[in-house]
Design a protein around this ligand. Structure first.
Ligand code: FE2
Length: 231
């Protein structure tokens, strides 16, 4: 079997049942989407149900787990603090499950063009999706990490319904309130959203994307508006 790297003993391709820590992590996601309140919103309740039902089917199928070489980005210097803080919150069981797989995560930028400074303050790691690690064509799950004082510029997702769960720190979206650990932010397809983070602590969010297989296969990540680079 092919190895992910010389130093990492994780096989490049395996099955979910052979990596129980990943199964426990997805179980935590399932419980998060089962027990969290929809706040009386029919649309949010429907999205939570879609995430749970799709996730349940994926887990029952014992999907392939395919790992890229673990990769870090500069913002990962804040990951320990984000996990430490999250362990004190109601999201603690999710945080512990993340800690069990963090050595296998591949942190990325995703965008072709990043605004100045964002490369130091942002990265995401996919957990499930068409390109893995857990292979699924109907659901994308992942983590996004922000440094303190970060502005994640406005963007939207055509044909994709998105939710962010705050796991650690606090964020605001479009200046609409402050979301602390345990809060869910809901973005229907096409909604423009911009995220800002607190001044002193990093923020760790879990996200889920649902949509058609075609949209999830090519989500086309781009910011709505980028400042022209100074020449
Ligand atoms: Fe988003």
């Amino acid at each position: 079997m092919q190895e992910a790297s010389d130093s990492d003993p994780t096989p490049a391709v395996t099955r979910l049942r052979e990596q129980p820590d990943w199964g426990y992590l997805f179980r935590e996601f399932y419980e998060m989407y089962r027990h969290s309140s929809a706040g009386g919103s029919t649309k949010i309740r429907s999205h939570q149900r879609t995430v749970r039902e799709t996730l349940s089917k994926v887990l029952d199928s014992d999907p392939p787990l395919q790992f890229e070489k673990p990769d870090h980005k500069p913002v990962c210097a804040h990951l320990k603090r984000a996990l430490d803080e999250g362990r004190l919150e109601r999201t603690a069981t999710v945080i512990r499950a993340i800690e069990s797989v963090q050595h296998q995560l591949s942190w990325r930028f995703g965008y072709e063009k990043l605004p100045r400074g964002l490369s130091q303050k942002y990265a995401y790691a996919e957990l499930m999706g068409p390109t893995g690690p857990a292979v699924s064509d109907g659901l994308i799950l992942g983590l996004v990490l922000f440094a303190p004082k970060c502005t994640y510029p406005a963007h939207s997702h055509d044909g994709i319904t998105e939710s962010y769960f705050c796991l650690s720190g606090s964020v605001s979206e479009n200046d609409d309130g402050v979301f602390a650990p345990g809060s869910l932010i809901f973005n229907p397809p096409g909604r423009n959203h911009r995220i800002t983070t607190g001044e002193h602590e990093p923020s760790l969010l879990a996200y889920a994307w649902t949509g058609s297989k075609e949209r999830l296969a090519e989500p086309g990540m781009k910011f709505s508006r980028l400042k022209k680079p100074k020449t």
